[in-house]
Design a protein around this ligand. Structure first.
Ligand code: ADP
Length: 732
């Protein structure tokens, strides 16, 4: 078989274009070009492996820059190499890849080459003439498009050759004619040798031996000029045979000798080539395996790096999210810190405000307490003196009435002060009920008595209804019980005219020496409308009245309610407008079983036997006088010590004998507590009764620790006063 023409390499000198991007591109293109040139050189030298390797390298670089042209070029080279080692499958695959890239590059020259080369694979590799001719026709089509004589000649000659190889001389003929026209205009020496050789074969077949001899002779001339040893060997042989047929034995022999000579050369060349090719075949197989392994490795690597990229992305995204979260939590912490700092600040402010409010409340209640005490002391004098004067029978009726109104004013003021003091004390939760023995009948009479004047003014009468089952002698806080009743009776008289106000006390049984007592203050006055009944117990609340002559502060019922609660009861009200009111409460009071009513009469006057001598230790002149007169009116004798120290001295004086000491609190030189303590050092039996305007809770412990037996809170009511004195004289 005759070796046909293959397209190998077309070197294109690239021209640099001016910009940097293009320069970079061109630099790599130049490098790829150089690789292809190198691969071509290897191929020519039958160094198939090196050629394929280099061409593959070129493809790798061309891939990076999307260089379809050079990829097509490189695949063409690889195809040629595989063809050389008779690996037609790989050759066909490479050419097809080349065709694909040449199409992409829209390069007709390369398309012409590749189709031409693949046609040869079909022809000599697969012996598929039809497919082979089809591909040559394709090559020819592209060659004609380029309009290059040499490019066109190759497929034309190859088609002719294929037909002649197949002894299809008629089909070959038009292609030979066509080739001839091209050769005549611009054919190269090789093509000229080939076309003449093919015409020689054709004319031999046509039996035009003369013309055939001429064709062979021309072919020899061009073939020798182009050193085409391979094809020359065939030409010499066919020419020799023709000469022999024509009887030109001499020329035939010469030609045969030339044939042998050329064949030797070819064989020598082929020997080297075949050795190299055989070696290459093995190496290329190895290389292919390596390549496959490398490709597999690359795939694995790519997968790995893809995974790595994924991991990186995941790690990156996660880190970013964490950073965002961290940032948010920092911000939140910041705002939390800010919030807690703010809260701390607010708390501190609140604490400060609370402290200030408490301090203020303390100052307020201390102020009220101080003022009330200061008011109570002179009032004690006014009320006390008035009481004394009222007992004096030498006053006329008119004078007596003036004194009564003076007493009323004093009492009213005293009650008011007591209410204010009580309220401020209840507010500051300082109130603890005392537990002294008292006579309930005396207490009620005393209240009735103190309202005599006021009742008279409004033409009212105050009546006491004391149930006979009520134990007369009780234990409890008589001062506060009085305060409750004074407020209620005071109101009843105030809102009633020409009628009777009743103070009723009923026993609801005695349990465990505790009497359950129900107190009622009933009037037939103006009453309280239903809708106002709840609120009158609030501080400073008064029911609006048409008549504006009624005075009040709105404090009384508030104090009453709180005090009743302190006793463990609750104030109740039944009232109807214009019909009257009934204020009631039920409380438990201890029955004083030790104190019999007989021991003192209801009012506590001392009646029998030797007059008792009382030491009054008091610095206030008015008080001295009031106390002295009250005691003397009840048949006592008294002496006055001006201060605590004098009091102690009096007691030490063996010439003086006292049955009881009335001790004031605030005095110069030595106060009541100090004096009592000093007395107790040498006298432990004489009863000491403390007289104080100071609220007891604050000094109670001091009093009893100093050995004081009892106390009376100023301003006191004279009946209450007698009671305390009597029970201490009786040893209770
Ligand atoms: P005040 O000092 O004004 O009497 P209180 O708290 O004692 O204050 O009474 C509150 C109001 O309740 C009075 O102003 C009066 O309107 C009404 N009130 C209290 N007791 C009676 C009563 N017995 N009859 C009619 N109204 C009364």
């Amino acid at each position: 078989m005759i070796k046909k023409n293959r397209f190998l390499v077309l070197l294109v000198v690239l021209i640099n274009v001016g910009n940097i991007g293009a320069q970079v591109l061109d630099t790599s293109k130049l490098y790829i070009d150089s690789l292809i040139q190198k691969a071509t050189n290897y191929h020519v030298k039958y160094e198939v492996k090196a050629s394929i390797e280099t061409a593959n390298k070129a493809i790798k670089f061309a891939d990076k820059v999307e260089d379809h042209y050079n990829r097509a070029h490189a695949y063409n080279l690889i195809g040629l190499n595989y063809e050389l080692i008779k690996n037609f499958d790989e050759a066909e695959r490479s050419y097809n890849k080349g065709i694909y890239h040449a199409n992409k590059a829209k390069n007709d020259t390369l398309l012409c080459w590749l189709h031409n080369n693949i046609a040869e694979v079909y022809a000599s590799g697969y012996n598929n003439k039809e497919k082979s001719i089809g591909s040559y026709q394709q090559a020819l089509k592209y060659a004609k498009k380029i309009n290059d004589t040499l490019e066109v000649l190759t497929p034309i000659l190859n088609i002719g050759w294929t037909h002649i190889d197949d002894s299809d001389y008629e089909k070959a003929y038009p292609f030979l004619v066509e080739a001839k026209t091209y050769i005549d205009s611009a054919g190269d020496t090789q093509s000229k040798a080939q076309v003449n050789y093919l015409f020689g074969k054709y004319n031999t077949h046509k039996n035009d031996l003369k013309l055939a001899s001429q064709n062979y002779a021309d072919a020899v001339v061009f073939g020798e000029a182009a050193f085409m040893h391979d094809q020359l060997a065939d030409i010499y042989m066919d020419y020799a045979l023709l000469e022999q047929i024509q009887g030109n034995i001499q020329h035939a022999n010469e030609l045969l000798l030339k044939h042998i000579e050329a064949k030797d050369k070819v064989l020598n060349e082929q020997k080297i080539a075949q050795a190299s090719i055989a070696q290459s075949k093995f190496i290329v197989d190895e290389y292919k395996r390596e390549l496959e392994v490398a490709t597999e490795r690359q795939i694995v690597q790519e997968k790995l790096s893809q995974k790595r990229r994924m991991m990186l992305i995941i790690v990156g995204v996660t880190t970013l999210l964490l950073l965002i979260l961290l940032f948010i939590s920092f911000r939140m912490m910041g705002s939390k810190n800010r919030l807690s700092t703010m809260l701390k600040k607010r708390n501190a402010e609140l604490f400060q405000a609370k402290k200030e409010a408490e301090d203020l409340a303390k100052v307020k209640s201390e102020f009220i307490s101080t003022v009330s005490h200061e008011l109570r002391t002179p009032l004690y004098g006014v009320v006390g003196l008035t009481s004394l004067l009222l007992d004096d029978a030498s006053f006329s009726k008119k004078e007596h009435s003036i004194l009564k109104s003076l007493k009323f004013s004093g009492d009213y003021l005293l009650n008011l002060i007591n209410d204010v003091l009580q309220l401020s004390k209840i507010e500051s939760k300082k109130v603890v009920l005392n537990n002294t023995s008292f006579n309930i009948k005396a207490l009620l009479k005393n209240i009735q008595h103190s309202f005599e004047y006021q009742a008279e003014q409004r033409n009212n009468k105050v009546k006491i209804k004391l149930d006979k089952n009520v134990p007369r002698q009780l234990k409890g806080d008589s001062v506060r019980l009085s305060q409750i009743l004074i407020n209620l009776v005071g109101n009843a008289i105030k809102f009633t005219e020409n009628d009777t106000v009743v103070i009723a006390v009923q026993s609801h049984g005695i349990d465990n020496s505790k009497a359950k007592l129900r107190f009622e203050i009933i009037d037939n006055g103006i009453g309280i409308p239903k809708e106002r009944q709840k609120e009158i117990f609030d501080s400073f609340t008064q029911v609006d009245r048409a008549q504006g002559n009624i005075v009040g502060t709105g404090l009384g019922l508030t104090v009453v309610k709180q005090l009743v609660n302190l006793f463990g009861g609750d104030i109740a009200l039944e009232s109807e407008a214009n019909k009257g009111s009934n204020f009631s409460f039920t409380i438990d009071l201890e029955v004083d079983v030790h104190m019999h009513e007989n021991a003192s009469n209801e009012l506590g006057f001392y009646k029998g036997g030797k007059k008792k001598n009382v030491l009054i230790v008091e610095d206030n002149k008015i008080n001295q006088m009031v106390t002295k007169r009250i005691l003397e009116n009840a048949n006592f004798t008294c002496e006055i010590a001006e201060n605590g120290k004098d009091g102690v001295d009096f007691m030490k004086d063996t010439k003086k004998q006292f049955d009881l000491v009335l001790m004031d609190m605030n005095m110069p030189k030595m106060n009541g507590i100090e004096a009592s303590r000093a007395i107790r050092e040498f006298d432990t039996h004489t009863p000491i009764v403390f007289l104080t305007a100071t609220e007891l809770e604050e000094i109670k412990d001091d009093i009893f620790n100093a050995g004081i037996n009892d106390y009376i809170i100023k301003p006191y009511d004279k009946y209450e006063f007698y009671q305390v004195i009597m029970r201490n004289l009786n040893g209770n």
